[in-house]
Design a binder for this molecule. Structure first.
Ligand code: CTP
Length: 209
């Protein structure tokens, strides 16, 4: 079984030394990749910039921006049995990127941002028969409502919703608690645990038997 996983943040360049990114550590996606490898799957991990070591036995493709992540994902998507989008992909990127360092000028600066492609939405719109597509939703409020909206809008089979309002879990933390929501509305709670344990439980549920 071929499992494609994304992890980490993306980094959107402003100029030669400045960028927009987020606090995703990549640990949840890497833990899912390792658990899938341990379950005997062929794993491809598309990783944004993180400080984690490359896990043994996993093909890792490092990318930087949302556009690079999109290209790498689409290259592998067609023949993947399962795709898990754990990456925190930037929704916006600077419209103009400078190769040089921008010099300051008097007064304020406005940086114009444009939307990036929603990788998961494109995958959902082109999903081959039998492929299992899983998204993540990090929310600070209305967890189930917002996550269910994303599941439906992006034609997913599962969405792993996590509440990021507490600093001890989810985004950038060691542990996580997930509410897994399925296509037919079923909700399965994966209780607070280290990310490796949560990753194993998640795969137990979503991997086709
Ligand atoms: N995602 C993606 N491509 C993007 C943005 C997000 O594939 N350009 C994926 C993420 O990997 C994650 C899911 O979509 O699996 C998150 O859904 P999304 O609606 O984009 O969440 P947010 O970016 O948090 O959006 P919002 O600000 O509306 O909450």
């Amino acid at each position: 079984m071929k499992v494609l996983i994304t992890a980490g943040p993306t980094l959107e360049r402003i100029d030669a030394i400045r960028f927009i990114s987020n606090r995703s550590s990549g640990r949840m996606g890497y833990a899912v990749a390792e658990a899938a490898r341990d379950a005997g799957c062929m794993v491809v991990l598309i990783s944004g910039p993180v400080t984690l070591p490359v896990p043994q036995g996993i093909k890792v493709e490092k990318v930087e921006s949302a556009a690079e992540m999109a290209a790498a994902v689409f290259k592998h998507a067609v023949d993947s049995d399962v795709i898990i989008m754990a990456a925190a992909v930037a929704d916006y990127t600077p419209k103009n990127k400078s190769d040089r360092k921008l010099k300051k000028t008097p007064g304020d600066l406005t940086i114009e941002l444009e939307r990036t492609e929603d990788i998961l939405l494109t995958l959902g719109n082109n999903k081959p028969e039998g492929q299992v597509l899983v998204g993540f939703a990090a929310e600070t409020e209305n967890l189930v409502k917002y996550a269910t909206g994303k599941l439906q809008r992006k034609n997913l089979d599962w969405i792993a919703a996590n509440d990021i309002s507490a600093s001890d879990r989810g985004f950038g933390a060691d542990a996580n608690e997930i509410t897994l929501i399925g296509r037919s509305g079923q909700q399965i709670n994966i209780p607070l645990a280290d990310k490796k344990t949560v990753a194993r439980r998640l795969l137990d549920i979503i991997l086709p038997q």
